[in-house]
Design a protein around this ligand. Sequence first.
Ligand SMILES: [Mn+2]
Length: 430
Amino acid sequence: MKYHQINSALFVKNRRKFTAEMKPNSVAVFNSNDIYPVSADSTLPFAQHRDIFYLSGVDQEESILLLFPDAPYENQKEILFLKETNDHIAVWEGEKLSKERAFQVSGIRTVYWLQDFHKILNEMMTYADTMYINTNEHYRATVETETREARFVKWWKERYPAHNVSKSNPILQRIRSVKESEEIDLIQQACDITEKGFRRLLSFVKPNVTEYEIEAELIHEFIRNRSKGFAYTPIIASGNSANVLHYIENNQQCKAGDLILLDVAAEYANYSSDMTRTIPVSGRYSERQKAVYNAVLKVKNEATKMLTPGTLWKQYHIEVGKIMTSELLGLGLIDKADVQNENPEWPAYKKYFMHGTSHHMGLDTHDYGLLHEPMKANMVFTVEPGIYIPAEGFGIRLEDNVVVQEKGEPFNLMRNIPIEADEIESLMNS
Ligand SMILES: [Mn+2]
């Protein structure tokens, strides 16, 4: 791992929050992700399942966490199962967690090697009445492969058909959406690394630079600051490519006079940041580009103020739509008749702003959070309005990450990343 070790107190707290929601006499199990094959013997880089990471800090393949708060013996209440390591294995496969290291990372004292899992699970199942299975119910998830977790759940239910089944996912969605201060610090670190990458770009971008050269500058800055890399596939979209919302080719040359939409951010310790900035290739926005830019910035700032405890995500989006509508009227992109005749299911503003304004952020870039429940303090959201105008050859999106506060306006984790058009121009020309 490139990141500094996280204090195990965070994972102790996270487990306590999870087990507090479990029914009496129940067992929950969480699995690592698989290492995914490419072909022959090559593999994708390992990416840990965020749930087992959240509950244990274990960032290693072939790991299992078992939680059984009502277990008859103290040393059975939380158990880690890890891939066996010893000095010989370390020579061949590199260092894996020893039992002692696993305790330091997770705060869990009972650690077994993976080969003991079935035997010990069987013992726990004879004591338990309910099994908590971990399914993926994220509102944006589409999963075509069978994850290690899903494979285990299938086996587990079949092997123990007499047990009650409960879902871990709603508990995780709820507790993961409200961040501990240690987590906010980690997201802040991810944002700070993103800031370094962005500032590096401001002096690098000029006419005829390519989108992939910009990508290379960013990854360089991210990795040298202990990030594993991009938190999500970067979007570096110059000119009209900005109007393709999920443009990830990043293979064009940036032309003088065009804008570049950069939806690029670093991860740190598996925590995401999620930033979008839109900068002028030539270092100056045209008058029209600046007018649209300032409209997007205004919507972002107004929307941010609405992220307060009690706000409902759906209602929030309706209110943002009203602000966007008034900005689009001001820019002459829509007129009063468009608004009067609009379809309430697809209001007029959607022609230029067709995606959501905010999503939860954390261990996943589109993080857990039950969207039908009111917002709470210490939830972390993106705020990312945009205006996309293919007819004028540019699209603008601006995105910051903010923490909902008990009182007052949200705290902006990207407060130090330049966003005012004037500041960006002066940094690009200094
Ligand atoms: Mn986003």
